[in-house]
Design a protein around this ligand. Structure first.
Ligand SMILES: *[C@@H]1O[C@H](CO)[C@@H](O)[C@H](O)[C@H]1NC(C)=O
Ligand SMILES: *[C@@H]1O[C@H](CO)[C@@H](O)[C@H](O)[C@H]1NC(C)=O
Ligand SMILES: *[C@@H]1O[C@H](CO)[C@@H](O)[C@H](O)[C@H]1NC(C)=O
Ligand SMILES: *[C@@H]1O[C@H](CO)[C@@H](O)[C@H](O)[C@H]1NC(C)=O
Ligand SMILES: *[C@@H]1O[C@H](CO)[C@@H](O)[C@H](O)[C@H]1NC(C)=O
Ligand SMILES: *[C@@H]1O[C@H](CO)[C@@H](O)[C@H](O)[C@H]1NC(C)=O
Ligand SMILES: *[C@@H]1O[C@H](CO)[C@@H](O)[C@H](O)[C@H]1NC(C)=O
Length: 390
């Protein structure tokens, strides 16, 4: 302990004496972009330092002599005009140096713009349990200064202002309210943007939580063949359970794509059924299918609900169109098929490449990876063949 103290004492002493060597005025100013700044570096009269020997740096770059003016034996001034926005939100470093390069004093310059009015506030409630809002930070956003966004809300008629506490929960410019929410009374919600140069307040939006409800994606999505109909697949699922105690209606959407395309096709007319048959599909083709849910009319709300996210993709393949006229279909046709063969290969591949993933991780992602590796190995084989020919 003693040793540490002894080591520190001389150091502290040096820092103390350094702090007396010079003063920058103004200290840590906040300025608008395009404005000018004149700053003084004044050294202590009893020091051996002379103003004419000093120099300035901004963010480590030495500033040119033309910008200096010796005001007296102890004061050197600096003039910067048409200031740019700060390079970092924590401010630019303006430093006054002795002839030998030592740091005599420092100041932070905050150069930027006042915040702009936040716009486009939208909110949603997951299962009536919470409220999350998102907004857009003014038309440009960039202020070059640290800007705080505060989401405030109150019950319309008799509430007092509340401040949302959990930010960035659903991406940038979002806030999450998880406690003490009332149903059937509209809330007023707005966002205040604050930085060193000012405050800007968004318009106030008004909403009732029962009008902005969303829920989890449907559960247990199963995709199956329809006998050996080669252009069809049946999809069924269960309603998300979280809302079952509330009075509401649900509608669903399905989207599906073939495995080698990223383009989803949406089936919009599913209504409130929990099953649907996809038709007009390509034979012998793997399809990925997702389902989402829209809970509407919560407690009689007249507003359209908000769609859940999509369920994780589920895959199945249509039967291959392999029937030749005049040849009997094998009885076990439905089992001795491409999918079965593919699945066998897939599981073999999984054992080789996926051992670190464990059983619970048998996902569509893995299946995708396997298809990609399969395509790659086909490609290499073809390249080798055509290379041989030439
Ligand atoms: C700089 O020093 C001069 C002369 O002492 C003084 O008139 C002026 O107000 C000072 N400027 C600032 C920004 O302190
Ligand atoms: C502002 O930026 C321009 C271009 O990067 C530069 O030439 C100019 O020196 C900067 N002005 C100041 C005051 O730093
Ligand atoms: C407004 O917000 C919605 C939903 O967050 C977003 O899709 C849209 O692009 C935003 N509009 C603007 C102009 O930022
Ligand atoms: C922004 O918020 C932080 C933390 O609440 C606070 O320390 C800081 O002073 C605020 N800045 C402005 C410009 O309001
Ligand atoms: C589905 O909608 C129909 C009419 O659109 C309605 O008669 C039926 O009760 C609804 N079923 C469920 C389970 O909500
Ligand atoms: C599957 O069918 C093909 C021809 O249709 C046949 O050659 C093969 O032996 C069958 N495999 C099994 C395991 O039944
Ligand atoms: C699934 O894999 C991910 C990494 O891809 C890993 O973080 C996670 O723990 C795994 N889960 C199980 C149940 O093995």
């Amino acid at each position: 302990m003693m040793k540490v103290l002894l080591l520190w004492l001389p150091l502290l002493h040096r820092v103390d004496s350094l702090m007396y060597l010079a003063i920058i005025a103004p200290q840590d100013p906040t300025l608008l972009i395009g404005s000018s700044l004149t700053a003084n570096c004044s050294v202590a009269a009893d020091s051996s330092l002379r103003a004419e020997d000093l120099y300035w740096t901004l963010n480590g770059r030495r500033l040119p002599l033309e910008a200096y003016k010796v005001l007296s034996a102890t004061t050197l001034s600096l003039t910067l005009s048409k200031l740019n926005g700060s390079q970092q939100q924590s401010g630019d470093n303006l430093v006054c140096h002795s002839k030998e390069g030592g740091i005599l004093a420092g100041s932070c310059l905050y150069v930027g713009l006042p915040p702009e009015k936040p716009t486009n506030i939208s909110c949603w409630s997951k299962n009536l349990k919470d409220l999350t809002c998102r907004w857009t930070p003014g038309t440009e956003g960039e202020t070059y200064l640290h800007t705080n966004y505060t989401l405030k809300y109150k019950l319309r008629w008799y509430g007092r202002d509340n401040i949302c506490r959990e930010y960035h929960t659903a991406g940038p410019y979002t806030c999450h309210i998880s406690k003490d929410l009332a149903l059937f009374t509209p809330y007023e919600i707005w966002v205040e943007a604050t930085n060193r140069l000012g405050v800007a307040t968004s318009d106030v939006i008004m909403l009732d939580i029962v009008d902005v409800v969303t829920t989890d994606p449907p559960l247990d999505v199963h995709v199956n063949r329809v006998g050996d109909l080669e252009d069809q697949l049946s999809v069924r699922w269960s309603a998300p359970p979280a809302l079952k105690d509330f009075l509401f209606q649900a509608k669903y959407q399905i989207q599906y794509r073939v495995e080698d395309s990223s383009e989803w096709k949406v089936v919009d007319n599913v209504g409130n059924q929990t099953s649907c048959r996809l038709a007009g599909l390509r034979p012998g083709t793997v399809y990925f299918v997702q389902v989402r849910c829209n809970p509407f009319g919560i407690y009689g709300s007249k507003k359209a609900g908000i769609w859940s996210t999509w369920s994780n993709p589920t895959a199945a393949s249509t039967p291959r169109n392999g029937r030749t006229p005049g040849v009997c279909e094998p009885k076990s046709g439905e089992h001795n098929n491409t999918l079965r063969r593919e699945l066998k290969q897939f599981f073999g591949w999984m054992r080789k490449h996926g051992s670190s993933y464990g059983c619970a991780n048998l996902s569509i992602k893995m299946y995708d990876q396997w298809r990609v590796s399969l395509q790659k190995s086909h490609k290499t084989r073809n390249q080798v063949l055509s290379g041989d020919k030439s």
